[in-house]
Design a protein around this ligand. Sequence first.
Ligand code: URA
Length: 229
Amino acid sequence: MRLDKFMTECGIGSRSEVKKLLSMKLITVNGIISKNADMKIDEVNDRIEFNGKELQYRKFRYYMMNKPAGVITAAEDRKHDIVMDLLPEWVIKKDLFPVGRLDKDTEGLLLFTNDGEFSHKVLSPKSHVEKEYFVILEKDISDDEIKKVESGVIIDDGYNTKESRIGRHSGNEIFLTIVEGKFHQVKQMMEAVGNRVTYLKRVRFADLLINDLEPGGVAEVSREDIVKG
Ligand code: URA
């Protein structure tokens, strides 16, 4: 791989920024200063340092965001604020895309990656990857309604939802865990028992919890943080 490509993929900067750093003699390859953008390096075995700090190459990157309400999950949109605009400058945006989507008014855990195979896998209903939501409802939900939702309800022109799990937090607040991701799924599941979602936040994706990441906050995570084992 070319040295400048390696450096941009490590998040050091654009190709032109990297060129400047090289001319400033800030980069060493195996201890020797390099000023050559097109130098061929071995990204696994060579030791590349920037300002004395070793750079780690990652082909695939994974980030979590606590998506705030009011932004749409899209890679591009002319009219609306999009989640990509909230990614801080230290995030390497090359080939990055959101994994699935959250509605504009939904908050919480949204993943980004450049790993298409991973995204496909975790979004496939066949993989049974759990997504957990904190839901506030317009009205209290009864134990019978909870059982009904858990065993599957009809949404989306006849689609029967797979089994889900509900933990009650209060009369009208629940934690709902589902293994699929149909359009407006949680909202539709609640409508199926005559209720309405007034607040929705995804708090977990597979093994990854949102914990205390602040709204709009972004953190880099590993594939193993998301899906253990
Ligand atoms: N279900 C919904 O209804 N909306 C979301 O954003 C996510 C799940």
